[in-house]
Design a protein around this ligand. Sequence first.
Ligand code: AMP
Ligand code: MG
Length: 423
Amino acid sequence: MSKQTTLDPSCQDDSDPSSLSVEAAWERIRTDIQPVNGIERLNVRQALGRILAEDIRSTVDVPAHDNSAMDGYALRGADLPPEGTASLHLVGTALAGHPFTGTVAPGECVRIMTGAPMPTGSDTVVIQEQADQADQQVHIGPGHTPGQNVRRAGEDLRLGQTVFTAGTRIGPAELGMLGSLGLVEIAVRRRLRVAYFSTGDELENAGKPLEPGQIYDSNRYTLYAVLQRLGVEATDMGVVPDTPQALETAFRDAAGFADAIVTSGGVSVGEADFVKDILDKLGEVGFWKIAMRPGRPLAFGRIGRAHFFGLPGNPVSVVATWYQFVQPALRRMMGQAIVRPLGFRVRTLDRLRKRPGRTEFQRGILERLEDGELVVRTTGSQGSGILNSVSRANCFIVVPHDSGPVAAGDYVEVQPFEGVMGG
Ligand code: AMP
Ligand code: MG
């Protein structure tokens, strides 16, 4: 029963009334987790990928002064000719970092480059392509607007304005903005400590030949990758054999130092009893059947003060349960405002097989048709052991709980992998 084939004939399991819907499972996880304690002050660059522990207010106007948005001539708007041509006297030059220190009087202009502060008296820039300069005379035609091509002081950020609120993840754009404020140090949440391991007597480590019945461990590589991207302090505890002694030792060790423990394998019905006994002894863990595919079994609870996420062993189930539950939960523990996978609707080019009574996370390939429409195709066989379906995919196709098969041409929800979920 726990070993699903690609055809999954066990539809009885999916309509099991004790199954939790994806939303109900998420709701239970969400209400149980809190951000961990611990704040540190870091140099702004070191804070990349971290979660802000304080609101950031602007200490300056950005930009600090009115400045030119273009290369051209700074002048008084009142001198622009409504018709005909105005001839202005050129009195100096303003460069970024080298302001013009005089005043622009009526009938005068200053040569100005992008980013240079607007000289006193001037309020308008005419771009160089629309002016004729002959010696110290600059000729300007009609059609300009007073105030044009000027960036106003504080138009990006105003002194005292809240720039970021606590809980914001610092990505490239945030880092750039922190730089523009001239900040040296900021308060961020400490890194989350996550221990992870694989369970299964059939698993062999890379570098050793496979004996009959053995397979190489792939889940630990997948988890390594997603944990790295998330920016946590991850501890790889290796492969733990399916023996009570080994598992108990591993869980105790992990709970001794980690905020969260993520494992794969050993939570399906056939194996759960065994793991259950150990976890009953060490903590409070629920073994759930979730009405989703892939990823039906999931264990969630506490071991000591660590949160425990016991993912199914099937490699695709690991990916699906990671994205739907574990990553949003860990983000919450890291102190981030909750970000669940973002979806949008597109048409499917293929018919999608689907049984009512479970949410399916099928692997899809988003592509653009010649007319510009974004559409999705299936990667084909949706067996939960087929990890290459994830690698060929660039999105999940989320087929809702009550839906049956989806006809080609119908709209479906997709969750793109990169940027939205990976970022
Ligand atoms: P389990 O949830 O332990 O019953 O495992 C379900 C399926 O996933 C079995 O076919 C396992 O061999 C496979 N599996 C479990 N753990 C891993 C792993 N770390 N890497 C690759 N396959 C795995
Ligand atoms: Mg197993």
